[in-house]
Design a protein around this ligand. Structure first.
Ligand code: NOJ
Length: 559
């Protein structure tokens, strides 16, 4: 049991644009976050992951950075940021910053220089290639649709962009670029931050030659991802980064890594390999994707989720560490996606939280999840702001696809579901801004908001608060080993945790039907005591357990 503060912490992700506006311009900002620190402290949060607040033209809401050491004007000043860090530290909270170094903005001074000429000193900071027969250098598609290459007339070459064309990929093969990144990281760490969340950081090493990939039927471009995810030099880069920067500070590092599997995650996070502390993986987020990717809707089959999360729990049991999440700024709202945002809103939001917060790993709460914020259904595409959503819509329209089918996918999967303003109270614009919000507020804010939940002991907010405080009281929740019960069951998610002679039993009904289950002997507990339940009163634990719609209950006892 290698104890670390970041294993014992609960992280809260702030997406600053949508969190709290302090100056009435309709955009969340740093002073807005400062004004809500007491709220987050009350919830029991230890660490804030702040999505990007750096200077940016906002092609991808700050994930396109034009100055890594400056604050976006809309969010405030560096003095505001210094105040945020100080006020967090005064409250015993830690701050991790978003490090976006697979790509920069095309408005970053490095790129402005790089595109000027082939012999510019910054040319090699990015990935430039000649076209092939007047076409792109290879057939890879961008993660936001279209080609991954953009032609630049000035020097008659193409540059690679795995995301939007305003997000050119940085060339990690260049030691000078790596040095600049390490210096910038050191600069932030010396300002006192407590770590980094690293954006698509397993994309930074590309296979030499950038080979063509197979184009799937019906597609214009290939994925290319097998040539840039977890590439050949990735471990060298992390070990170098660790040696040059990370190892010098007592910090937390989490690598966002699409396409990572448990065995590889172990390599990225095992203590003796000196790379990162944990990865943010996506396998469970893909279980409701059809074969054509995220917009191709497919219902979740619960045993798939159980199997997948269990595989992660077991693989990282003794080496490495898990991040636990169902929501972030790129995913739809979890209560709408996996629960019921209507009749059983409260019960299902609490049930999902129980599954996650009782597992082994560091839990992440995404802003608004703690009050059960839901997906939004804007009637017009004009209300959507996310570049990925807009590109998808345009491609569908160009391909002559029906608008209803397109909007259905957007309602279920658009990233804007997570980006509508935080719902603070019942006042105009949910108390997010006194101005006109940059993206419309979810109309359900008069029912779903912080103020009403703070005053209701049975609210989702109070349930999250309790889950978080249980983690602080019971070491078994942090360090106990996990075992799945009833693996084949299609409606119940049940598991146990064990530490020394202590044992925890977690029983969750994932659906609206009342259900009776027979617990296997592995579920036996001596002198069980109920720790938490999402229905009033105490349930009785017997070999045959009855669970109400979306019921979640946790017992602690001994082996
Ligand atoms: C992952 C981030 O979470 C997402 O919001 C962003 O669009 C891409 N990386 C590109 O930076």
């Amino acid at each position: 049991m290698n104890k670390k503060w970041w294993k014992e912490s609960v992280v809260y992700q702030v997406y600053p644009r949508s969190f709290k506006d302090s100056n009435g311009d309709g955009i969340g900002d740093l002073q807005g976050i400062i004004s809500k620190l007491d709220y987050l402290k009350e919830l029991g949060i230890d660490v804030i992951w702040l999505s990007p607040v750096y200077k940016s033209p906002n092609d991808d809401n700050g994930y396109d950075i034009s100055d890594y050491q400056g604050i976006m004007d809309e969010f405030g000043t560096m003095a505001d940021w210094d105040q945020l860090l100080e006020e967090m530290h005064n409250r015993g909270m830690k701050l991790i910053m978003d490090l976006v170094v697979n790509h920069s903005s095309d408005e970053h001074k490095w790129f402005v220089e790089s595109r000027k000429s082939k012999d510019n000193p910054y040319r090699n900071y990015y990935i430039w290639r000649k076209g092939k027969d007047r076409k792109e250098p290879n057939n890879w598609g961008s993660n936001f649709g279209g080609s991954a290459w953009e032609y630049d007339e000035e020097t008659d070459e193409y540059f690679l962009h795995l995301f939007s064309k305003k997000q050119p990929d940085l060339n990690w093969e260049n030691p000078q670029l790596r040095k600049e990144v390490y210096n910038m990281m050191t600069w932030w760490l010396d300002k006192g931050i407590d770590g980094f969340r690293m954006d698509v950081v397993n994309f930074i090493s590309k296979v030499e030659g950038l080979p063509d990939d197979e184009v799937k039927p019906g597609k214009k471009y290939a994925s290319g991802s097998k040539y840039y995810r977890n590439g050949p030099k990735i471990h060298d880069y992390f070990q170098e980064m660790n040696r040059e920067v990370l190892s010098k500070y007592d910090i937390m590092t989490v690598g966002e890594m699409p396409g990572v599997k448990p065995e590889l995650a172990k390599k990225y996070t095992a203590d003796d390999r000196n790379e990162l502390n944990m990865v943010f993986q996506f396998q469970h987020m893909g279980l409701d994707n059809g074969k054509n990717g995220k917009w191709d809707l497919k219902p979740l089959y619960l045993p798939d989720l159980k199997e997948n999360l269990t595989e992660w729990q077991k693989a990282l049991e003794n080496e490495g560490w898990n991040s636990l999440y169902f929501s972030n700024h790129d995913q739809p709202r979890s209560v709408s996606r996996f629960g019921d945002d209507g009749k059983y809103h409260k019960e299902s939001a609490k049930m999902l939280a129980t599954i996650l917060h009782m597992m082994k790993g560091t839990p992440y709460v995404y802003q608004g999840e703690e009050i059960g914020m839901t997906n939004v259904h804007f009637s017009s595409i004009e209300d959507y702001k996310d570049i990925e959503t807009i590109n998808f819509y345009n491609e569908q329209m160009e391909a002559g696809k029906p608008i209803e089918e397109t909007m259905k996918s957007i309602y279920e999967k658009s990233r804007d579901n997570a980006r509508t303003p935080m719902q603070w109270d019942r006042s105009t614009n949910a108390g997010f801004t006194t101005g006109s919000p940059w993206i419309a507020v979810n109309p359900n804010y008069s029912e779903v908001n912080v103020e009403s939940q703070i005053h209701d002991e049975n609210s989702i907010f109070h349930y999250y608060k309790k889950l978080i405080s249980l983690r602080k009281e019971h070491e078994i929740i942090v360090y106990g080993n996990y075992d799945l019960l009833l693996p084949e069951h299609e409606e119940v998610f049940a598991y146990s945790r064990a530490l020394g002679d202590e044992k925890l039993l977690v029983l969750c009904n994932f659906y609206a039907n009342e259900i009776e289950v027979e617990l296997p002997t592995e579920g036996n507990l001596r002198s069980p005591k109920q720790l938490i339940r999402n229905y009033p009163g105490d349930a009785t634990l017997s070999p045959k357990v009855k669970l109400k719609p979306y019921e979640a209950v946790v017992y602690k006892g001994s082996i």
